[in-house]
Design a protein. Structure first.
Length: 231
């Protein structure tokens, strides 16, 4: 049995693979990344895999796609500015999290009050929080851990590495959906996932070589002081 990629969550996960390309462009514009041709090709492979994996989606809306691209661009700019704080200004990951998390919390709370709070009151959704406090506390601690580790990755490698890692995670989510929820993909979509993973593995090899300084074709990662002077 075969089915097309009509699941909105799957389409969202696939489309998110375009984010590394947007992040790479933002990093180049900001002067925080000097990618080589192999690195650019490896990142573009993820976009090619995305195009193949989402081809034939019949429920796409141009308005929705525009919103998603706007969201991904804003996220890429946020990551680039975060990298500048962590690397260019030599912030500790926890120090950066202290400043940025409070700002994110403020805007998320404002959006929640305006958009979600009225419906939450109508459906008594807040009672769910009081009914399962341990679950929400666990989610909060896990969220803190995810963000802290993300900042460590940005500081030690780059925000582009973080987004490329996310593409592998999204592909694994699709694989889990196939294994545990019976989702089936077409051959074209399967090739798209393979292409994306190939680009991911290639990029990781290039990045590891860059970190180790073992590949003379790849310029070494700049020190925080050097990055700050470039910016």
């Amino acid at each position: 049995m075969r089915c097309t990629c009509t699941s909105p969550s799957r389409l969202f996960r696939c489309s998110r693979r375009l984010n590394p390309v947007i992040t790479m462009v933002c990093l180049i514009i900001a002067g925080l990344e000097t990618p080589t041709r192999p690195m650019v090709i490896s990142v573009l492979l993820t976009a090619l895999g995305t195009a193949a994996a989402t081809y034939g989606e019949m429920n796409m809306s141009m308005y929705g796609v525009a919103l998603m691209l706007t969201s991904e661009t804003a996220e890429s700019i946020r990551l680039v500015m975060t990298q500048f704080l962590l690397v260019g200004l030599n912030f500790h990951p926890i120090e950066g999290l202290m400043y940025l998390a409070s700002t994110c919390c403020l805007w998320l709370m404002a959006g929640c009050v305006v958009v979600e709070l009225p419906e939450m009151r109508r459906k008594d959704a807040i009672d769910v929080v009081w009914a399962y406090p341990s679950v929400f506390l666990c989610a909060a601690f896990l969220g803190f851990g995810v963000n802290a580790l993300a900042y460590v990755v940005i500081k030690l490698a780059s925000s582009l590495t973080l987004k490329v890692l996310a593409t592998a995670k999204n592909t694994l989510l699709v694989v889990c959906g196939m294994l545990f929820f019976g989702e089936v993909v077409t051959g074209l979509q399967g090739y798209g996932y393979i292409i994306s993973l190939t680009g991911f593995l290639w990029y990781q090899w290039l990045k590891v070589s860059q970190l180790a300084g073992s590949d003379p074709r790849i310029p070494p990662i700049q020190s925080p002081g050097t990055t700050a002077r470039l910016v």
